[in-house]
Write a protein that binds this ligand. Sequence first.
Ligand SMILES: [Zn+2]
Length: 440
Amino acid sequence: MADRFELIIRGGSVVLPWSIEALDIGVRMGRIAALGVSGTASAAEIIDAKGLTVLPGLIDPHVHFRDPGDQAVESIPSGTRGAVLGGLTAVFDMPNTSPAITDADKLERKQAYVERVAWCDVGLYVGATKGNIAALAELESGRGVSAIKVFAGSSTGDLLIEDDESLERVMRAGRRRIAYHSEDEYRLRARREFFHVGEPYERHAEWRDEETAFLGTRRLMALARETGRPAHILHVSTAEEFRYLKDFREIATVEVLVNHLTQVAPDAYEALGGYAVMNPPIRGPRHRDAAWAAVRDGTVDTIGSDHAPHTRAAKEKPWPDCAAGLTGVQTLVPVMLDHVNAGRLGLGRLADLMSAGPARVYGVVGKGRLAAGYDADFTIVDMQLRRRIEESWLVSPCGWSPFAGMTVRGWPLFTVVRGQVVMREGEVTGAPSGRLVQFL
Ligand SMILES: [Zn+2]
């Protein structure tokens, strides 16, 4: 009797953890049941992936969906819709919302809400404050919690832990890897007076300079080693940090943002003005080249979009009053596929950085690789398809992208979450069925 599956993906070039192979994948009960399926096997649904590349479900481990907050900017429903249209099967959402996710009550409300409205699977960060340190050990083991997030330098929102004594107390509360925004708050404050309202937007990279980021990372590494608490340094942006962090691999993992791999100063500021302003800033070519070298030599563990929408009015204010943060959840996969086609990284490394990487760093259960028994999460892409990124394609209510107008080669055609096709050739299909990601 022929095998029967719920879904078969036929004819694709499949990016396995160990090689890229031409094989058919069978899915049952939302999981990968077979890598290699006979020609006579049948299924309720078949995806013809001939000429396409089947990647493990790609994860954006760094998004700000502003929910609870301002629905006119972004929300969990719109953000996760953008995610699946852009080929992502899971996102991890940051806690600097309004109000911020810093206690059990707010976490519980967000957990229940996500499971009602999300289009993809979702992990949730909990924010550390000087007032909730005693509760962090319990909060970090909550359902769907990807990690505790610490803002060691100030960015959007009011979460901030800037002093070594409080940082050490946070590190001693709990055991899982902590995700850090690493910029030295004291240096930021001390240098603020040298800059004036209305100066060119590229001054952002001078105020929040290399040493601001590097000093923050040196302080965090000293404390992480002392306490033995694993650290994930988000959006590493300087050549100095990439070099330094290689000596802390026993305690530290590294994220780089698609922006720091793609955009460069001063061009980005000249072309985009306030729409190039983010924290840490877009810097010069020396740092972008160092980020690519760190991708190639394995220093980098994960790639994120740091999707951080704001209204156009907030972005168009003069520097430094303009809001910092760029959108990117929907464009992350297309832009990275374009980098693959440009020869900057291979498909295997892409899967490592965007699926296995987040799974390894955050301790995700059942995702991160195409293997029997794992969740049937797939990002199926056409590596030859050329498309221009149009603002009209974006579903984020804020409506803009720093990548608008860019023509890319490589585009996601299907997004499959636990066996359900949630995006097919640019259309979202079915109903929101996202779940909380499970963590160790
Ligand atoms: Zn962020």
